[in-house]
Design a protein around this ligand. Sequence first.
Ligand code: ATP
Ligand code: MG
Length: 279
Amino acid sequence: MPLASVAVPVTPTATPFAASARTVDVDARHITKVFPARHGGNAVIALDDVSLLIPAGEFVSIVGASGCGKTTLLRIIAGLENEYTGDLTLGGQPVLGPGPDKGVVFQDHRLLPWLTVEQNVGFGLLDLPKEEQRERIDKYIRLVGLKGFERAWPSQLSGGMAQRAAIARALVNKPRILLLDEPLGALDAITRIYMQRELEKIWFEEQITMVMVTHDVEEALYLSDTVVVMSSRPGRVKRIQGNPIVRPRDRENSTFQDVRRELLIELELQTKAQFAYEI
Ligand SMILES: Nc1ncnc2c1ncn2[C@@H]1O[C@H](COP(=O)(O)OP(=O)(O)OP(=O)(O)O)[C@@H](O)[C@H]1O
Ligand SMILES: [Mg+2]
């Protein structure tokens, strides 16, 4: 059962725990990632001693200034980046590479243009018996609200629809965790709010762990049990904020607005510190 109705106090915690005593899904300890110097430039410390424990079934958002290492952290959890120091396990097992237990959704949908929606969604299932492929494809296409568009080509979809197809493609393997890197970043404001509700519904129905990178603090607070604020240069976890608002969340709620404001101030301070000049 996701932490749908559990209120977490509005205090930053000193521990790396994203929430209290529940089964830990992502256990990342002292992760440091350095991109070596190239072409005479400096090495970049993308992540510096990042520790984060994410309980199973939790929705966690990661926010932070551009370049603070959010995508790098997500790629490491996804098994797409192997050169780092520190320890990382997913469900108690070391993360050795990408796999069907880890679904990933990027900002751009990355659908294959020469395959239809259902072919894209079923692309990772080709080893399964035909009947099971069919069942899973149908289930997830329905879950993301694309029933009737199975035979459409990616070029015939709106941005929101293409992103739904990408989410279905990530879920069809029944991953234990879904990692989303600014999945709604390219959508207009109204579609984005609609898709946030859809994403919450999917999370609730699938009961899986979701970790989402976003630049939008309101989106993070609307969707997440916990918001992780990162600081940049080098990328570190600056604050772990439990969400005090019970679902379904009302963006107009005064506590929602207070926490949102607090997080924005924190992010703005970081962004100011990042630039050496002001206009
Ligand atoms: N492949 C790479 N080679 C060298 N440096 C990299 C590479 N990928 C990322 N970096 C550097 O690592 C730092 C963190 O990058 P990352 O993409 O994780 O940031 P981010 O928080 O996702 O930023 P944004 O919000 O703009 O997407 C940046 O300084 C970036 O320049
Ligand atoms: Mg990024």
